[in-house]
Every structure is written in C-alpha cells, then in structure tokens.
Design a protein around this ligand. Structure first.
Ligand SMILES: NC(=O)c1ccc[n+]([C@@H]2O[C@H](COP(=O)([O-])OP(=O)(O)OC[C@H]3O[C@@H](n4cnc5c(N)ncnc54)[C@H](OP(=O)(O)O)[C@@H]3O)[C@@H](O)[C@H]2O)c1
Length: 233
C-alpha cells in the first residue's frame, strides 16, 4: 500500500534537502510510490540555499501555481556547521556559531513556510512536515548541552506551530507537523552516535511518511516522533 494513501492521487511532492541522509531516503520512497505523480527535490547542488531567500523564492516560482504541491517534506538541518561542534558547556557558546544554527535550523524552514505554503491546495488534504529533533523539546530537556542546536530546534517548533495556525485559516485540510526522525544513521549523527543503535535512513523515511500520512486534521501544528507518539514542546 502507498505510504501516502491519504493524499489524492496522483499527488505532487517536494523534498527540500533531497541530498541528505533522511531526505534522499524519503525521496526514493516517494518516487517508488505508484500513486505519486511527481517527487521533486531541492538542494544546494541546484543552487538552492536556505541562507539565500532569493533562491527559495525562485524555487517556489519555478514549482508552479497555488494548489500544486500536496506534500512538502523539509529534510534540511545541521548539527555541526562550519566545523563548530555542539556545545557541552555554557562557556563554549559562540555568538556567530549560534547565529548560524538559527539561520539553518529555524530561519531557513520559516522561509520555506513563507514561500511554499502558498503552493498548497486550498480545498484538498495536503501535508507540510519539517524535521525537528527531540532535543528541541524544552519539556524533555533533562541532559542540557547542545544549547545552540536545541534552541534553534525549539524556535523551529514555535515556527511550525505558528505557521500551522495561519495555514489552517486558508487551507483547512492542510496538516503541518514537526517530526523527530529518531537517531538515524546519517552523516549528521555519525560523529555523535556511531556507537548507538540507529535507524537506517530507509527505515526512518518509511516510518516518518506513515506517521505523517496517518495524522488527522486536528493534529496540525504538533510535534511527533517517528513512532507516531506526540512529543511535548
Ligand atoms: N540523523 C539523526 O539522527 C537526526 C536526529 C534528530 C533530528 N535530525 C534532523 O533531521 C534532519 C535531517 O538530518 P540528516 O540526518 O538527514 O542530515 P544530513 O544527512 O546531514 O542532511 C542534511 C540536509 O540538509 C541540507 N542543508 C544543510 N544546510 C543547508 C542549507 N544552508 N541550504 C540548503 N540545504 C541545507 C543538506 O544539504 P547538502 O547535501 O547540500 O549538505 C542535506 O540535504 C535535520 O534537520 C536534523 O536536525 C536528524
């Protein structure tokens, strides 16, 4: 059965960050789905960059008219940027490194909402998901550390919630969600979790798409893990 049975076939999907470990697995899965009419990818390889709003606006312009994207899956994000490792202590906070974390993990996805939400259909179910991380949950934070990444993902979660409230007004059948993919064997987690049990990107992609597909309209604006369980903010 199709992962995305809740979407009207043939559905049109966009994976932002289709070059990443999880993003490429999501893209492969969508392209293998017979009900998927088209699965497009945006990445830095094609001149698209979250740090360049013009490149995001140009991509939205190329992708077509309102009503033409049934699924937007944002699989971008970064834990280490320009070699800056996540902090273990407050004394390691560097304002420039923190600003770069916010630029990629929070402001970038906010710009995706700005430019791609208008392409969702007004009167048909659609899905807009962004990959957050459980460590971005404030309520779940008992360990500390990684303050810039955590804070940028917490900001992303608020952006998802705020976007969902606004999108619901013009697109009552759209579901917007922040997703935690689990610990997944990708380049991002390699330096920190190589010795831990990690999901394969294929497994994570399948689980995330199934969770997303199953979300009812009332679930819009919430945060879910790859096993379908809600995560507290
Ligand atoms: N892996 C895990 O265990 C794990 C756990 C929790 C949450 N997550 C989240 O899941 C998401 C995907 O992670 P991943 O493990 O698949 O990482 P990844 O393999 O490093 O992929 C990251 C993706 O983000 C893109 N990207 C980074 N900076 C960008 C920019 N400035 N403009 C455009 N694209 C940019 C990368 O593009 P390039 O190919 O051009 O570099 C790549 O496609 C991230 O948001 C991460 O925080 C992952």
């Amino acid at each position: 059965m199709s992962d995305m049975a809740s979407l009207t076939a043939p559905y049109r999907a966009l994976v932002v960050g289709g070059t990443g470990g999880i993003g490429s697995a999501v893209l492969r899965r969508l392209r293998a789905d017979p009900r998927c009419g088209e699965a497009l990818s945006l990445s830095r390889r094609d001149g698209f960059d979250l740090l360049d709003e013009g490149s995001i606006a140009a991509a939205a312009e190329r992708l077509g008219a309102p009503g033409e994207l049934d699924l937007v899956f944002d699989a971008t994000g970064a834990l280490q940027i320009d070699g800056d490792k996540p902090e273990k202590a407050l004394r390691q906070i560097d304002p420039d490194a923190m600003a770069r974390q916010f630029a990629v993990n929070a402001i970038g996805p906010a710009l995706l909402f700005k430019h791609f939400a208008p392409l969702l259909p007004r009167r048909r179910r659609s899905l807009f998901a962004t990959l957050s991380a459980r460590v971005g949950s404030i309520g779940d934070n008992a360990l500390g550390g990684w303050i810039s990444y955590r804070a940028a993902k917490a900001a992303l979660n608020q952006i998802v919630r705020t976007a969902a409230v606004e999108i619901r007004r013009s697109r009552p059948d759209a579901v917007v969600a922040a997703l935690h993919p689990g610990t997944v064997a990708t380049a991002l987690s390699e330096p920190f979790a190589a010795d831990r049990d990690r999901l394969s990107p294929e497994d994570a992609a399948g689980r995330l798409l199934r969770v997303l597909d199953a979300l009812p309209g009332q679930a819009t604006g919430r945060f879910f893990a790859y096993d379908g369980r809600p995560i507290e903010w």
